[in-house]
Design a protein around this ligand. Structure first.
Ligand code: ADP
Ligand code: MG
Length: 215
């Protein structure tokens, strides 16, 4: 699938909009089990991305993703800045300019593995990985059976987010709370789920994705 400049621009705008319109909620979630800055951190990052959107959208997909990740590393801060930066930079490193669904699935899996390595974390620790890993799994399963891909990605992200509620955090600031982290959604899982919905919302409108096919 070749993403034209307009679609890349829409992807950037949709991700930034999803974060900006939920910044208060992300901060409230982080106030409950962290230090109350996840919304402002993410908004700062995606505001920087939005400010550079014309330049970013004009680049080939791999370069756009790498540059987007660099903006996030430089502006989000906290634990999530390096992790989201790694996600987008690693994705840009692995994805071809015109990816097939198999290419996208493989590159996204590599990017999430890079996040795991960067944060020395895995699933079950109440982090953004609770959403990112199920999305990897759906993408990989969809390569041979792409029907309903967008809806399956959104459902996997939603279920992954909900799964964080009963978990006890063992990574990041929430881990300082021990048992008291139980019963709250993880803020980074919520931001990942918001980004997944935003990306699917744009790509689902692409003719190339109709019927769940990426190419
Ligand atoms: P900080 O915790 O430094 O204040 P943020 O509030 O911006 O940073 O981000 C917190 C989120 O980062 C958490 O909700 C969690 O999803 C994610 N996170 C923290 N540590 C890790 C880690 N080691 N691996 C994956 N995600 C992590
Ligand atoms: Mg925080």
């Amino acid at each position: 699938m070749k993403l034209d400049t307009e679609t890349k621009d829409r992807l950037i705008a949709a991700m930034a909009q999803a974060i900006a319109s939920h910044a208060g909620e992300l901060t409230d979630l982080d106030r409950a089990i962290g230090d109350g800055d996840h919304g402002s951190n993410m908004k700062r990052g995606f505001d920087a991305v939005l400010a550079d959107r014309a330049n970013l959208a004009s680049k080939p997909l791999p370069d756009m993703l790498k540059a987007l990740g660099t903006h996030l590393v430089m502006t989000i801060g906290g634990a999530s800045g390096p992790l989201y930066g790694t996600l987008f930079m690693a994705l840009g490193k692995d994805i071809p300019a015109e990816p097939s669904l198999a290419d996208a699935a493989r590159a996204f899996a590599a990017a999430v593995n890079a996040v795991k390595a960067r944060g020395k974390a895995t699933t079950g620790e109440k982090t953004m990985l609770e959403v990112l890993q199920p999305v990897v799994d759906v993408l990989q399963a969809s390569v041979s059976n792409p029907a309903g891909l967008g809806d399956r990605v959104k459902a996997a992200a939603d279920a992954g987010l909900e799964s964080t509620k009963p978990m006890k955090a063992s990574k990041g600031r929430a881990s300082f709370l021990g048992e008291r982290s139980i019963g709250h959604l993880d803020p980074g899982a919520r931001s990942s789920q918001l980004l997944a919905h935003a990306v699917i919302g744009v790509l689902a409108a692409q003719p190339a994705l109709e019927g769940g096919r990426l190419s």
